[in-house]
Design a protein around this ligand. Structure first.
Ligand SMILES: O=C(CO)[C@@H](O)[C@H](O)COP(=O)(O)O
Length: 218
C-alpha cells in the first residue's frame, strides 16, 4: 500500500449554510489539502464562490489551500489569491494563452504553480511547460459541477503524464479531480495519481473523517 497519496476534499460539495462545521471535520481529518473551486460563469457554466467566502474559509482552514481557478484571466487575481495564504494556484491550460508568463508570475508571487487540463485536452500540450510546474491537475469530469461520473479515459492520461514527467525530468505532482470516490480511488492510485480531489464522496458522507481515512488508504 502507498503511504504518499494526498487527499484534497473539494469544498464545492460542502453545506454552505454551515461551512464552519464542515471545515471543522476537514481540519480534524487526515486530509492533506483543502481544494477550492472558483468559477466565473464564463470559463465554466457555473458560479461558485469569490473572495469574501475564500477569506472566511482561509481564516479557519488548518489545511494548505489548493486553489483551482476555473476562470478567464486568472492572472488578474494572483496577488489576491496569494494574500489568502494559498499554497498552490491552479490555472487552466484552456484559459491562458500566455501560460508560461502566468506560471512565472504565480511562482514569483511565492505560490506553487499548477496547470489544469480539461478531459479533452491532451497531456502532450504540456510538453514545453511541465518542467516549470509543481503540479498538473487532470480533470476527470468536465469542470463546473460536483457529483458527476468519473471519465475512465483519465486513467490512460495519468499513465501518459507519468511518461512525459519522466522524459522531461519534472517533479510535478499528478492531481485528479472529478468523480473520485471509494471505487475510483484505488484505480487512480494504482495508475500513479499523487493527489485525489474528492467533493461529494467526502461532504455527502455520513462520516467525513472516516471516508477521508479510507480514501487516503486507497
Ligand atoms: O472542479 C470540480 C468540478 O468542476 C471538482 O472539484 C468537484 O468539486 C469534484 O466533485 P466530485 O466529482 O468529487 O463530487
Amino acid at each position: 500500500m502507498r503511504n504518499d497519496l494526498k487527499i484534497a476534499p473539494s469544498l464545492l460539495s460542502a453545506n454552505f449554510a454551515n461551512l464552519e462545521k464542515d471545515l471543522d471535520q476537514i481540519n480534524r481529518s487526515e486530509a492533506d489539502w483543502l481544494h477550492l473551486d472558483v468559477m466565473d460563469g464564463v470559463f465554466v457554466p457555473n458560479i461558485s464562490f469569490g473572495f469574501p467566502v475564500l477569506k472566511a474559509v482561509a481564516a479557519i482552514s488548518k489545511k494548505p489551500l489548493d486553489m483551482h481557478l476555473m476562470i478567464v484571466n486568472p492572472d488578474k487575481f494572483i496577488s489576491q489569491i496569494r494574500d489568502l495564504g494559498t499554497m498552490m494556484m491552479n490555472v487552466h491550460y484552456e484559459a491562458c494563452p500566455h501560460l508560461h508568463r502566468v506560471i512565472q508570475q504565480i511562482k514569483e508571487a511565492g505560490m506553487k504553480a499548477a496547470v489544469t487540463l480539461n478531459p479533452a485536452t491532451p497531456v502532450a500540450m504540456l510538453s514545453d511547460i511541465i518542467q516549470d510546474l509543481d503540479m498538473v491537475l487532470l480533470m476527470s469530469v468536465n469542470p463546473g459541477f460536483g457529483g458527476q461520473e468519473f471519465i475512465p479515459h483519465t486513467l490512460n492520461k495519468i499513465r501518459e503524464l507519468r511518461e512525459l514527467r519522466a522524459r522531461s525530468g519534472s517533479n510535478a505532482l499528478i492531481e485528479i479531480d472529478g468523480g473520485v470516490n471509494l471505487q475510483t480511488a484505488p484505480l487512480l492510485s494504482e495508475a500513479g495519481a499523487d493527489v485525489l480531489v474528492a467533493g461529494s464522496a467526502v461532504f455527502k458522507a455520513p462520516d467525513m473523517i472516516e471516508v477521508i481515512h479510507q480514501l487516503k488508504n486507497a
